[in-house]
Design a protein around this ligand. Structure first.
Ligand SMILES: [Zn+2]
Length: 352
């Protein structure tokens, strides 16, 4: 692994340092930022792990600080690879405040309960999407492994301030504005430094990778206003599409994401991310239109099988189903499809 610290990569704002922290589940690393001003602030922290803590400690040490000196952590969103180390820093003596958008605060503060609820909800979501018994059994079998991994790398973390759109995060000599940009998570935020032309983008817009959009049930009971009696759900791809469209045409000099280096061309990267999903949405819509011409309706799982080559990895199957569900949410929002519930509870879809 290369060095964790890149000191002052941006002349526009030399107080910002880039620190790369290792992740357990892939060969990649997550990028966090130290803002060397008053208060001494981290944007994100990496997972809760010995390797991640050691890398953070050594980067801080090179700059003449210890973890106990960190006074504030701003989280771009409530994923464990971003907030995992916060409580560890507190245990090591940091009297820090942890700030996160209000919509992601429950995930951070009530981590274990929310993770359990999401894993249970995912099973029901995939059943409703028409996943085969075989795939459902594999998802069920994997649930405890998923739970273990989540609980190893994150834990319930006290939040001191819930942020909202338009709030300002201040230092003694400058301030950043909070933009609420849901999609990857409900409370993903961006930090805008318009004086220096910088935008912290977390996992919402990245170099070389496309953001995943979360999808999960947000309530236990069905929505009484929905004739299909579906449970209310966070529809990440619908939100992501809206958030990305809102960012179109931005003239930031640099994006500072959670993965993939620093990004020079904000506008092009935002456009490419929009295009990535537009292409997939169009492909799914075409397939639905073709099936409607044959007088057929289809489940999300059947669409996945038709659109992707045979796949063995459960992780990939899962992300493909989630992509199709997200696309169907977008097409439903665009009023291009109708949805029906079969007698076995599975949802089927048809192009109008
Ligand atoms: Zn994330």
């Amino acid at each position: 692994m290369g060095r964790a610290l890149v000191r002052s990569p941006l002349p526009e704002r030399p107080q910002i340092h880039l620190i790369s922290l290792p992740l357990a589940w892939e060969l990649e690393s997550t990028q966090v930022y130290l803002i060397e001003s008053d208060p001494l602030t981290l944007v994100d922290t990496g997972v809760q792990s010995k390797a991640s803590l050691a890398a953070l400690e050594s980067a801080l040490d090179e700059l003449g600080y210890g973890v106990a000196d960190v006074e504030r952590v701003i989280l771009t969103h409530g994923h464990r690879d971003h907030f995992g180390l916060v409580e560890t820093l507190r245990e090591r003596g940091a009297q820090l405040e942890c700030w996160v958008h209000e919509a992601d605060a429950p995930m951070v503060e009530d981590f274990e309960r929310v993770v359990r609820a999401r894993l249970e909800g995912a099973f029901e979501l995939f059943r409703e999407a028409g996943a085969t018994e075989e795939v459902l059994a594999r998802i069920e079998g994997d649930r405890f492994h998923d739970l273990d991994q989540n609980l190893a790398e994150g834990r319930a973390t006290h939040v001191d301030r819930a942020l909202r759109e338009g709030d300002r995060v201040e230092w003694k000599d400058f301030s950043f504005r909070v933009l609420h940009s849901p999609g990857h998570t409900p409370g993903h935020l961006l930090l805008e430094d318009d004086e220096a032309g910088l935008l912290f983008t977390g996992d919402q817009v990245m170099g070389q990778v496309v953001p995943r959009a979360e999808t999960f049930y947000s309530a236990l009971l069905p929505d009484p206003a929905d004739p299909l009696r579906r449970r209310p759900r966070f529809k990440g791809l619908v939100e992501l599409r809206r958030s990305l469209r809102r960012l179109r045409g931005r003239s930031d000099k640099w994006l500072l994401p959670g993965f993939g280096g620093l990004v020079r061309r904000a506008d092009r990267t935002i456009r490419d991310t929009i295009l990535y999903y537009d292409v997939r949405l169009q492909r799914i819509e075409r397939s639905l239109r073709h099936l409607a011409a044959l007088d057929q309706e289809v489940t999300a799982f059947e669409l996945r099988t038709a659109l992707f080559p045979p796949e063995a990895s459960l992780e990939r199957i899962r992300s493909q189903i989630l992509l199709v569900i997200g696309a169907l949410d977008c097409l439903e929002e665009d009023r291009l499809i109708t949805t029906r519930r079969r007698e076995d509870g599975v949802l089927t879809h048809r192009h109008r």
